[in-house]
Design a protein around this ligand. Sequence first.
Ligand code: SF4
Length: 496
Amino acid sequence: MTPHPPNRYAQWRLRSGAALALRDDCDSPPERLLQAIWLHQRLRRDELRTLDGESVRVLHPGFVSVEGGPDFRGAVLQFGNQPPQSGDVEVDVRVSGWRAHRHDKNPAFKNVLLHVVWDVERAGFGVPPSGGSAVPNRLKAELQTGVFSTLALRGVLDAPLGEMSVQLEREPVKSLPENLRGKCSGPLRDLAPDELTELLQQAARVRFEAKAAQLQARARQAGWEQALWEGLFRAAGYKHNVWPMQSLAELRSRWADEKKSPLTMQARLLGLSGLLPADVSRKESAADGYVRRVWDCWWRERDEFSDAILPRAVWRFHGLRPANHPQRRLALAAHWIAEDKLPAALEKWCDASLADKSLERSLLEIFQIERDEFWSWHWTFRSARLKQPQPLIGATRVTDLAINVALPWLWTRAIEGKNEKLRDEIARRYFAWPAAEDNSILRLARQRLLSSASVKYFRHAALQQGLIQIVRDFCDHSNAVCDQCEFPELVKQWKG
Ligand code: SF4
């Protein structure tokens, strides 16, 4: 019930469709609205019961998942008298959505603790239960497809659905409600801007030194160049394909031959990766000509490398943009290897005197290749020819290579060479480097820790790295309700 008649703005909102007024007997409220209701916990929270009749205490509803899988990750729930558990929550309009959406076959859903639905299907079972009240046993047996429990929201909302739809329909589920912020958000808000920057920069330094130490450890076993190549391949694998790229780089001494052409190197890398299309289509396309040439090289060498070919199953393609496809990354790496000048060019780059604004561009010139007869014109093997050639690497990926590999590698080499001036210059470049692409970890961390979704403050990659380091050091070892996290107390001590 609204206490006053709707004002002009509220009327506009309704008329323009910005707010959807649903009837209370609605059978199918939109799933988005159910997600918003769950996120904001607009429920009679002390009355929640699963279909089994067990009470549920929601200690934290979880964080909206932005990378597929269940709708909410890391919820903290207490069933009956059991200890609280952390797990995922999936929201569907109907119980049958679990199977209809094939969640039962998807391993990403294996940590689901609670399936939240609007109500239980009527067909064959009479009136749907309200708020998870008693359900016939046969229905429960049929509905409980996994180890999770099911909670029906119909009947346990804290306001009529019509009112809720007006209030929450447009509420973005990606922003975190105030009462779900981390316990450190208060102490962090109390820091002066330069104190916060100092804290994030120190965390970034820890992250940078850890990356440098990893490269140094590998260099001791395999040499500086090998450590660099492995780092570059890992970073080129982006977040999904780090391990297959690392495996290929580890075998570099077997396949890398700088006397060969980029096409021969592409054939070897694509053949070894297991990502070379097995056949060409019946209708001859531009890709077929290229695939034929690659196969012409690869079939002669395949036996020699047969023990090292990766199974296709080790690669992950879900949610991958065509520009980040591993085939494209390998095609680029083949040019780097054939040109055989990367490590020397990096050393020269760090000796040059560079202004902050030319850091990114100057490094991009080193990693970029002039043109590839096929990959500059196609995103993938099967995509149509592009109207304009596209670079094989852009500024965003070069920032990832700089922050995660090139700068830590150069820095640790400067330390080994006892070159303090160079060491300090590389550290300066690290802290001056422009921000990397935003991602879901940063978005959630900004909201949870800093109470702000804004990216404005994060103008430098090092500040982003510092925030990620705090997530890794503290959030990843606690849960959604910040159980036993020491970070808030540490931040209070940091002040002043
Ligand atoms: S777990 Fe710790 S660092 Fe993470 S949001 Fe909670 S209090 Fe902050």
